[in-house]
Design a protein around this ligand. Sequence first.
Ligand code: SF4
Ligand code: F3S
Length: 104
Amino acid sequence: TYVVTDNCIRCKYTDCVEVCPVDCFYEGENFLVIHPDECIDCGVCEPECPAEAIKPDTEPGLDKWLKLNAEFAQVWPNITVKRDPLPNAKEMDGVENKYDQFFS
Ligand code: SF4
Ligand code: F3S
């Protein structure tokens, strides 16, 4: 599966949702997740993310994010249509340790 990671937080560009052939993105306040059981590993979303937040779970160190994607994909609503990025997306792009701001 592919996984949404750190840099999506408080950017949420949503370009990713338009290209997913199985519509497996789910939307929270300031972050999106991929449903790991629905993702077919096609990889088309990865280069679409301006924040480079989408990665294959074969990359090391993504356990925390994989768990988070799996957990919230079950409770957040599905999103298939692109919307405006969050207001401070540009400023927040590349900020480190955004995980701390996940719930803020
Ligand atoms: Fe959707 Fe393909 Fe990205 Fe998985 S890898 S989330 S199926 S676009
Ligand atoms: Fe997030 Fe990138 Fe999609 S910032 S909403 S994973 S395009």
